[in-house]
Design a protein around this ligand. Structure first.
Ligand code: SF4
Length: 450
């Protein structure tokens, strides 16, 4: 019996009726309140001895620490309500599941018993509940500086709100500052100008503090070393908990599009694209075959961030041991140059989004956060307006036949955005190749660039 559509009051009353009705084997979204804490239990399963099994459902592929706390809080409320709960579990996706022609829920889902952990955590719950109540009852939100805690165990949805009034010189924006920021915050430093003299900063950080552009003296050598032909590569992939195609595992990436610009030593450029939006089978092999063929065996492959590299590495891993594509993909990976890593260590511009310089890229940073420093930045409109996960989301909707747009429109948008990403990569390379600060050409070569 599911109560997920009921309001709090109705759900509480219905739950009581269902709990006392011994013919009911399980309740979904059962509602309880104790000590002013209202909860909804994903699944409450009646046991043969009339005790209960509490099951918390998660879309992850394992039971995590944060889930155990979630279960412990629910167990605290259920105990307070006099419920006899003997077993506590987290139901999650089985990462080893391989999809057949239809979904097999018994194999797709796994139930991990966390009862032994809950006992210890439950003792901590009353203390945490009191703290939370104090915070909620206070007239003002607590004064907590945003920091690393905002990204663990999940990115906090209030990040934009909490940082909206931070000045550009906020210490939390110190590039590559994972190590220094906590130390500075502990010393009461809030902005760059409060950093004590003599505090150890890298060259890039010293320039960031002065909000000045900086180029490492090694940058020209690194850029000159890129072997021709230089390939600028962007690709789109989709991932989903329930495998999209037969033979796939949960969250395995489905690459469905690539765009490529090839630049010869003489400055000639040419474009190529590939896209497969078929719903019948995973386009993984077709993707690899087309890409390997077009990238050839020579020259650098310029990409942005670890996403492209991560996709190529995971595709290589998934290939059978004797696949002829396996060594070819390995060779492609060895030719990839991550332009974000070059920027992170050798180039600073105060207009670039601070997230680009983080050691661990946050989910909301992509090449669109660099377009501010590129000439003709109005040419990257789709890159700026469609979020990082847009293509994956739309592709999954299309495969699951829930898409609100037509396939033709989606195809057009994916290609247009992918072109903008590749064009941005090309422009970034040009920007980083400029010989010295102050001598940047006013016009970047755009002949042949769409
Ligand atoms: S972003 Fe979230 S975690 Fe970070 S300070 Fe704000 S509310 Fe707290």
């Amino acid at each position: 019996m599911s109560l997920h559509r009921d309001d709090q009051k109705t759900a509480l009353a219905k739950t009581q009726a269902l709990v006392t009705n011994r013919t009911v084997p399980a309740i979904f979204e059962a509602a309880f309140v104790f000590d002013d804490v209202f909860i909804r239990v994903d699944i409450l399963e009646r046991q043969p001895d009339d005790s209960w099994h509490l099951i918390e459902c998660k879309s992850t592929t394992s039971a995590k620490e944060a889930h155990r706390w979630d279960v412990a809080l629910q167990a605290y409320v259920l105990q307070g309500c006099g419920m006899n709960v003997h077993r506590h579990s987290v139901m999650h996706i089985n990462r080893e599941y391989r999809h057949g022609s239809v979904l097999s829920p018994d194999r797709f889902l796994r139930v991990t018993d966390v009862s032994s952990d809950i006992e210890g955590l439950s003792k901590e719950i009353p203390k945490h509940v009191q703290i939370m109540k104090r915070v909620l009852g206070a007239p003002h939100p607590p004064s907590v500086e945003p920091g690393a805690h905002c990204w663990q165990p999940y990115p906090c949805e209030f990040w934009a709100h909490c940082t909206k009034n931070k000045p550009a010189q906020w210490v939390g924006y110190l590039p590559d500052g994972e190590r220094q920021i906590p130390k500075l915050v502990a010393r009461g430093v809030r902005t760059f100008d409060q950093i004590p003299p003599g505090f150890s900063l890298s060259s890039m950080q010293q320039h960031a503090v002065q909000r000045k552009e900086w180029r490492s003296s090694h940058l020209p050598t690194v850029m000159k070393r890129l072997p021709y032909p230089i390939h600028y590569l962007h690709l789109e992939t989709a991932w989903y908990g329930v495998p999209l195609f037969s033979g796939m595992k949960p969250y395995e990436r489905v690459p469905f599009q690539w765009s490529l610009l090839r630049e010869s030593e003489g400055g000639m450029v040419n474009w190529e694209d590939w896209v497969d939006l078929g719903r019948e089978r995973a386009p993984v092999l077709a993707f690899l075959e087309s890409l390997v063929g077009r990238l050839g065996t020579k020259g650098a492959i310029v990409v942005y961030s670890g996403a492209v590299l991560g996709t190529l590495k995971s595709l290589r891993q998934r290939l059978p041991r004797d696949s002829p594509h396996k060594p070819l993909v390995k060779e492609l990976i060895s030719r990839c140059v991550d332009v974000r890593e070059i920027i992170r260590s050798k180039y600073y511009d105060p207009r670039i989004h601070h997230g680009v310089y983080d050691a661990i890229p946050r989910r909301d940073t992509s090449i669109r956060h660099i377009v501010e420093v590129l000439p003709d930045r109005h040419r990257y409109e789709l890159l700026s307006t469609l979020d990082v996960e847009w293509a994956s989301r739309e592709y999954c909707n299309m495969v699951n036949q829930r898409a609100s747009e037509s396939v033709a429109h989606f195809r057009e948008q994916v290609l247009a955005r992918s072109h903008q990403a590749v064009r941005a990569l090309y422009a970034v390379r040009q920007l980083l190749t400029v010989p010295a600060a102050g001598t940047r050409p006013s016009k970047v070569r755009t002949q042949g660039i769409r």
